[in-house]
Design a protein around this ligand. Structure first.
Ligand SMILES: *[C@@H]1O[C@H](CO)[C@@H](O)[C@H](O)[C@H]1NC(C)=O
Ligand SMILES: *[C@@H]1O[C@H](CO)[C@@H](O)[C@H](O)[C@H]1NC(C)=O
Ligand SMILES: *[C@@H]1O[C@H](CO)[C@@H](O)[C@H](O)[C@H]1NC(C)=O
Ligand SMILES: [Zn+2]
Length: 426
């Protein structure tokens, strides 16, 4: 199989990765996430090119079976012929060993599943074999950017893998005392962001509205008053999130399920999101960040909290065409159908400045790839009209980006890593 795999990688003109996954009984949540990950280019290559083998922790106390089964499954998805269907049952055996809550055939939450899965994969290919003791020295005397760097370094001293390289970002939370004005900051790693959906009387909201609500200043008063370390008393404070380090792959979770007292309910608000050029710079804690993202996968939940169905739509990293993955059935779809009120998890990839420049060139061989936002033909028209000065500008911007990016991808955090926004609990 491995030989076949590398052969097919070389001649990847045939459309691959369009293999369905058998539903083993309410396992559509798992299938939906697996297809989104299978279309995550770097993760796919990590599995297909067997790079993960090098990183497997052979330490006898640790397991490696989850990563191995995951990679096997990704290889099967990318080597089977289109319209084939493979069974994820061996993979399921491993994920339920790792996280017993996935034993059985209950409907589960796709976001929770994603967190457990990424955490499991990460721990089996963690480059850190012996974790140093967590440092408890306070870093509060340092300026914010230095503090964030140190926090990131501390995090990476314990958690450092290819999986983390792709998915982990760093979130800054600032707590400002309204009495004395003292601002304390914390820097936590995150694997995804859970976004609240603003409640509007009618009409749609945009993904930017959700992000603005998430990063909005929040007042902590009454019972919620935190203790200010300067006033040495519980005071009214404001709290605010911003993104310190943008991950390569940004998973946005739309909080459609709200825990009500008796049963959960689902918000079916239509959240309009951009497929291309989602610019998140306004949410950055420091000004240098390049933060433009393109969508490549969506996990779709239809139905209610009691009974629902998950599907996925993914843009092939090979053909750039969108397909709908409904368990064993894979069908082509138009990018104009990607937005719906059922979108639940959005997978965005950080655009590199080079790909943005490349995007302006005509695409070869009739790979039709028309989205509403930008068609390659519009891009070409712009490119041919553009005066040379514009290219110089684009080039310079690219360089500036590269320089700022390298100083920006600062090595930053661990604190409260295992809390809500970080890892799932073990
Ligand atoms: C684990 O073993 C494989 C093959 O035996 C080897 O290639 C790999 O480098 C080892 N991994 C580590 C982290 O030592
Ligand atoms: C997403 O869910 C909606 C609601 O059930 C459905 O109409 C749509 O076809 C689904 N999309 C895909 C690609 O499965
Ligand atoms: C998924 O497939 C099932 C049949 O297997 C069908 O009933 C259902 O409508 C499909 N859902 C979507 C969203 O395509
Ligand atoms: Zn104070």
């Amino acid at each position: 199989r491995l030989t076949r795999c590398s052969v097919s990688l070389q001649s990847s003109k045939a459309v691959q990765g369009l293999t369905g996954l058998r539903n083993l009984g309410n396992t559509c949540f798992m299938n939906s996430i697996l297809q989104c990950l299978s279309n995550t280019k770097e993760l796919r290559d990590y599995c297909l090119q067997n790079q993960y083998l090098r990183d497997l922790n052979n330490n006898s106390r640790m397991r490696t079976a989850l990563m191995s089964e995951f990679a096997k499954l990704i290889q099967l998805l990318w080597t089977s012929s289109p319209n084939d269907c493979v069974s994820p049952s061996e993979f399921k055996t491993q994920i339920q060993r790792y996280a017993p809550r996935f034993v059985g055939y209950n409907q589960q939450d796709a976001q929770e599943f994603l967190r457990f899965l990424l955490d499991g994969l990460h721990s089996e290919v963690n480059r850190v074999l012996v974790r140093p003791r967590a440092s408890t020295d306070t870093l509060d005397h340092l300026p914010d950017d230095e503090k964030s760097r140190q926090m990131w370094r501390r995090y990476q001293e314990r958690e450092d893998s290819r999986i983390g390289d792709l998915f982990v970002g760093q979130l800054k939370s600032s707590l400002t005392c309204s009495e004395c004005g003292y601002c304390s900051t914390a820097f936590d790693p995150f694997w995804d962001l859970s976004l609240p959906i603003p409640k509007k009387g009618y009409g749609e909201v945009t993904l930017m509205d959700c992000l603005r609500l998430f990063t909005k200043e929040d007042v902590l008063d009454g019972d919620e008053k935190p203790t200010c370390c300067r006033c040495k008393a519980r005071t009214r404070c404001t709290k605010k999130f911003s993104i310190q380090k943008f991950p390569k792959i940004l998973v946005l979770h739309l909080k459609r399920f709200s825990e009500a007292r008796i049963r959960t309910s689902k918000l079916t608000t239509f959240v309009n999101f951009q497929l291309k050029d989602l610019d998140l710079r306004e949410f950055a804690s420091q000004s240098c960040n390049h933060a433009v993202y393109n969508l490549y996968a969506v996990s779709n939940h239809s139905g209610t909290t009691m009974g629902g169905h998950y599907t996925a739509y993914c843009k092939s990293p090979v053909s750039s065409e969108w397909h709908s993955f409904n368990d064993s059935r894979v069908t082509p779809m138009s990018s104009s159908h990607v937005r719906s009120s059922d979108a639940y998890l959005l997978f965005y990839e950080l655009a590199s400045p080079s790909s943005r420049i490349r995007g302006a060139k005509p695409r070869g061989r009739g790979h039709r790839h028309r989205t509403e936002e930008s068609s390659p033909w519009q891009g070409r028209a712009q490119a041919t009209q553009a005066p040379p000065g514009r290219w110089r500008l684009v080039f310079t911007l690219g360089l500036v980006f590269l320089l700022s990016f390298s100083s920006c991808v600062i090595k930053i955090t661990e604190q409260g890593t295992r809390q809500a926004r970080g890892h799932p609990p073990h």
